[in-house]
Design a protein. Structure first.
Length: 582
């Protein structure tokens, strides 16, 4: 039997055996707060419609980064880049489906690195992309949520089924249409997803705060990601008539067709199936747009209240003075800008994110910086703040100089990128944001050849509505191109990750059984030829599961406690793999 083990760098799977000798238990704790799809629609960022007293409170003791940018404006690659400290081109993760462990099996994540230095790392909610919680990162298995009430009105399920039945057979939503895009259930905060997760995080915050070792506690909020579900009282906080519905928007002039996304994220929901695309000749109805904005702002207020509960516990437990608190979002979001709804572009509205950093070592608390920052800077920044070694594999730059002096600069430009497929062609767009400009260079994905360029002047306006690349001095474009090429040279890319299935054309079907001889549950995932893993089958301790697939298929086995990560190809017609401790 051929058996493959993916070993963690420096045996991180058994991190308790390899902690750095002499680490200090007085090192600061880390409270690591992620908020999905949160644009800077927060009071401390100047949004007068936002009701966010708790994030504003955190800002009062933080440095607020006014120009922070994600690496990719969609969940999975943005989070993978941030958590590994690597640029997407190095990591090989650019889209939603690919788990970074398939792209780079031995990669070491931020919480893994902190565990090496004596930290207890615990996670709740959405830190990585939803299907990929990465148990190897954490000191303890991620706990399941308790059962929660159904948030939609009675009859919603039949509404979804009726709409699905009416869709043509070739419609991508035929078997996975989602519920309504908004809901305002009359429920308590902790009877809805993010409030329930906050309860669990608070339990751990109190528990971990009493131990001798420092902690790295990650809490990832799903809202304001769709569906916009928040308890009714948060909807009631906002008067929808006062929300500024955008008018007279258009897609960027003289930009390529593949620069914009088609709003498909919203059309996944039963009430938005016919939502117009940005380039369609009809707009979203004003009242409908107002309702969608209402839902977004209500969810932001709901999450803000949960963040306030975490901050209150920090104070109650006497942990605030020795805890680094960082709040970040994985990307921005369009609320009608460019006639779009969603993320998934290289433009300012999707790439710019809120970023707040508070705690020991923040000398300029309560101040704002215009210094450029990238999300992958968080890995080296938190290492330096915690006085632990900065690993040599990270690509970001420490933001500590800005925490000590808000006028400092650590970047000449912040880079984000986005992959696009159109009419069978694949493109990668690279965007660099400097103090004055946003410059975008689109390239053929497989060759790196430049296909088109975009340029927007932020000295005159920030909406990025007209591509001026052909009307400015060539020297400006040349200078920005040179800056971009320093970090992102032109080269061909390959989408398929290192770990993927390669079904044999004439190999027939095989049968692979997994026997779990450990004391912890495991999950067995089939990896597709594209590299995408399925949701997996859970196997209890002393349990067994048999998988039937074509010869050449590949399975990933992970234990829920993070100590086992194995790769098993189906190489024999019948084979049994015994999963056990080394």
């Amino acid at each position: 039997m051929q058996r493959f083990y993916v070993q963690m760098v420096a045996a991180f799977a058994f991190v308790a055996c390899c902690q750095v000798p002499g680490y200090s238990a007085t090192r600061p704790n880390v409270l690591f707060i992620a908020v999905d799809d949160l644009r800077p629609s927060i009071g401390c960022y100047g949004d007068t419609q936002a009701i966010t007293p708790n994030m504003d409170r955190l800002a009062s003791r933080s440095v607020l980064f006014n120009r922070a940018y994600c690496q990719v404006a969609v969940c999975n690659p943005s989070r993978a880049s941030l958590m590994t400290g690597m640029r997407p081109d190095k990591l090989g993760v650019w889209t939603l489906p690919i788990h970074f462990r398939e792209a780079m099996p031995d990669v070491v994540t931020m919480p893994q690195w902190f565990r090496k230095f004596g930290y207890t790392a615990v996670s709740h909610g959405k830190i990585y992309h939803n299907p990929t919680p990465d148990p190897q990162s954490w000191s303890e298995p991620i706990r399941d949520l308790p059962p929660l009430p159904y948030v939609y009105p009675e009859g919603t399920r039949s509404q979804i089924k009726k709409a699905q039945d009416a869709l043509p057979d070739n419609d991508w939503r035929k078997n996975n249409l989602r519920g309504p895009s908004t809901a305002s259930p009359n429920l308590a905060d902790d009877q809805v997803l993010d409030g329930a997760r906050t309860n669990m995080a608070i339990e751990d915050l109190r528990r971990l705060g009493k131990q001798d070792d420092p902690f790295f506690l990650a809490m990832g909020y799903i809202r304001p990601h769709l569906a916009w579900v928040a308890p009714k009282k948060y909807w009631d906080m906002h008067d929808p008539a006062k929300l500024p519905v955008l008018g007279e928007q258009h897609t960027p002039t003289d930009a390529p067709a593949y620069s914009m996304h088609n709003n498909s994220e919203l059309t996944h929901y039963v009430d938005l199936i016919k939502l117009p695309r940005p380039w369609d000749d009809r707009d979203v109805d004003t009242e409908h747009a107002r309702h969608l904005m209402h839902g977004y702002y209500a969810c932001v207020s709901y999450v803000d209240a949960q963040i306030g509960r975490l901050l209150d516990v920090l104070d109650e437990e006497g942990l605030a003075d020795n805890t680094i608190v960082v709040l970040w979002s994985d990307h921005g979001w369009k609320l009608g800008e460019h006639r779009g709804w969603g993320k998934m572009t290289n433009y300012e509205i999707d790439a710019r994110v809120p970023l707040l950093i508070a705690g020991p070592g923040v000398d300029r608390a309560g101040e704002k910086t215009e210094g450029l920052a990238e999300l992958l800077d968080l890995f080296p920044t938190l290492c330096e703040m915690a006085n632990i070694e900065v690993p040599d594999f990270v690509d970001g730059a420490s933001l500590v100089p800005i925490l000590q002096n808000v006028d400092a600069q650590v970047h000449d430009g912040a880079v984000n990128q986005y992959y696009r497929r159109l009419n069978g062609n694949q493109y990668m767009g690279y965007s660099i944001r400097t103090n004055d400009y946003r410059f975008v260079e689109w390239r053929d994905f497989s060759t790196g050849e430049v296909t088109v360029k975009e340029l927007y002047d932020h000295r005159t306006e920030h909406s990025e509505t007209v591509n001026i690349v052909d009307s400015v001095d060539a020297g400006v474009v040349n200078e920005l191109t040179a800056l971009l090429l320093e970090s992102h040279p032109r080269k061909g890319l390959v989408m398929r990750p290192k770990i993927h299935s390669a079904p044999q054309a004439n190999g027939g079907q095989g049968e692979l059984s997994f026997e779990n001889k450990t004391d912890t549950p495991i999950r067995v995932h089939l990896v597709a030829p594209s590299g995408k893993r399925d949701r997996g089958r859970k196997v209890a301790p002393q349990g067994e599961v048999t998988m039937k697939q074509k010869m050449g298929s590949v399975y990933v086995v992970e234990s829920l406690d993070g100590t086992i990560h194995e790769i098993h190809p189906l190489s024999k017609p019948v084979e049994t793999v015994v999963i056990e401790r080394d």
